[in-house]
Structure formats: structure tokens, C-alpha cells
Design a protein around this ligand. Structure first.
Ligand code: BEZ
Length: 216
């Protein structure tokens, strides 16, 4: 069954390039990203894993762990990781699940038989500290993902989980945010005593409440 936003991320124990781990224990009390790849030794996946490895410190700044998955055995992951280091300039520095029996892929509905009945699609799950699924993305095998966009989304998820705001189109950290419609003007006045920019009664903008804070 498909995993929906707000569901508890299914727990599992799996073999990875960093040893056997229990997913919920490994997540701890921070944020996490679980993302799947169709197959080892494939070109798009090679570029994606190199990019995520290069962005590791950006995920760390956001208190977010990353874990990949591919439906190939551990020995293939180990050989492939050498190619990733050689061609992408950054070695694998996060765990990659060896899901040869497709247990985790099935649990997370990562195999879409009408697209391909063997390989996983490119799924992404962002999981919050409460272990609930905050975001899902599904890309086909032929299209590599944009992990800068994933960082941007994590910034929005983290901001909107702490403040009663939403982020507008193409928002980036530091830019104005929207007061959520469920907050009345009276409540908003208490929270934002300096006021807001009102383009429409339902479109009220305030500065990013975390502007000036560095992502630690
Ligand atoms: C790739 O990662 O390059 C890929 C994998 C499966 C199908 C097409 C491309």
C-alpha cells in the first residue's frame, strides 16, 4: 500500500554498506531521507549518489541523515562505490541498503510494475523527528533528481514545522513567508507586532522568522 504524508515511516532492519541497521534506531531523533535507485552500475544513479555524497555536510547542517537503497547485493554496492568515487570525485559517505530480496522496496512501494516490474523507481521519503513521512517524491529511472531542491524542501519542512507559516513558490531560506490562513489577523498581530504585507486578506507576507540564523 502506498505511503502517504503523515504516515509513520515503516520500520525495518536491513543490510547496508555501513553494516546491518534498524531504520528507526538509525534515524534517532533527527530528520532523515530514504531514497531508492533502480540498479547498481547504472549511469544516472552513479551521478546521483556522488552528488548526495558531496552534499553530506548540507544534510548534516539540517540535522538530516541520508540513506540510499538499491535492489542489488552488498558486494555489488561495494564495487560500485569505487566507481562513484572515481567518476564523481566523492566516495559514498552514507549507508546504501542492499535490498536484494526487495523487502524494503516492497514495504515502501518503490517497485511500480507498470513502469518496471524488477527495478525500483526513484523514490524519496523525507521523515521527520517524529518518524512521520513529511514528503514523498517519485521520479522515473530515466530522470535524475535535483538534490539542491531536496535541501530547499527540507528547509521549508523544518521552518513550517516550527512556525505558523507556509513558504511560497520557489522560496529559498531567508525570503518572505506566508502567514497560514488558519491564523486570524488578531492572532497574527500578537505574533507579528510589526505587521505584515497584505497583498490580499488571504495572502499575508512576513520575513522568514529564521532569517539571519545560519543553518547549524
Ligand atoms: C540509470 O541509473 O542510469 C538508469 C537506471 C535504469 C534505467 C535507466 C537509467
Amino acid at each position: 500500500m502506498a505511503i502517504r504524508l503523515g504516515d509513520t515511516a515503516p520500520d525495518f532492519t536491513a543490510e547496508t554498506t555501513d553494516g546491518t541497521l534498524n531504520f528507526h534506531e538509525w534515524l534517532g531523533d533527527g530528520w532523515g531521507v530514504l531514497f531508492s535507485h533502480p540498479k547498481d552500475y547504472t549511469p544516472v544513479c552513479t551521478t546521483e549518489l556522488g552528488r548526495v555524497a558531496a552534499l553530506k555536510s548540507e544534510f548534516e547542517k539540517r540535522n538530516c541523515k541520508v540513506i540510499g537503497l538499491s535492489v542489488d547485493p552488498l558486494k555489488d554496492h561495494e564495487g560500485w562505490s569505487e566507481d562513484i568515487a572515481e567518476t564523481q570525485g566523492t566516495a559514498l559517505n552514507f549507508p546504501l541498503i542492499a535490498d536484494a530480496n526487495r523487502e524494503v522496496s516492497t514495504l515502501y512501494d518503490m517497485i511500480h510494475p507498470n513502469a518496471d516490474d524488477t527495478f525500483t523507481v526513484r523514490s524519496v521519503f523525507v521523515i521527520g523527528p517524529d518518524k512521520k513521512v513529511k514528503l514523498t517524491l517519485t521520479y522515473p529511472a530515466s530522470t535524475g533528481r535535483n538534490f539542491d531542491e531536496l535541501l530547499r524542501v527540507i528547509d521549508s519542512l523544518q521552518l513550517t514545522s516550527e512556525h505558523q507559516v507556509a513558504t511560497p513558490v520557489d522560496w529559498n531560506k531567508g525570503q518572505s513567508v506566508i502567514i497560514v490562513p488558519s491564523i486570524s489577523n488578531e492572532e497574527a498581530s500578537e505574533k507579528w507586532p510589526n505587521g505584515w504585507e497584505e497583498l490580499k486578506p488571504y495572502l499575508r507576507l512576513v520575513p522568514d522568522p529564521t532569517a539571519g540564523e545560519t543553518t547549524t
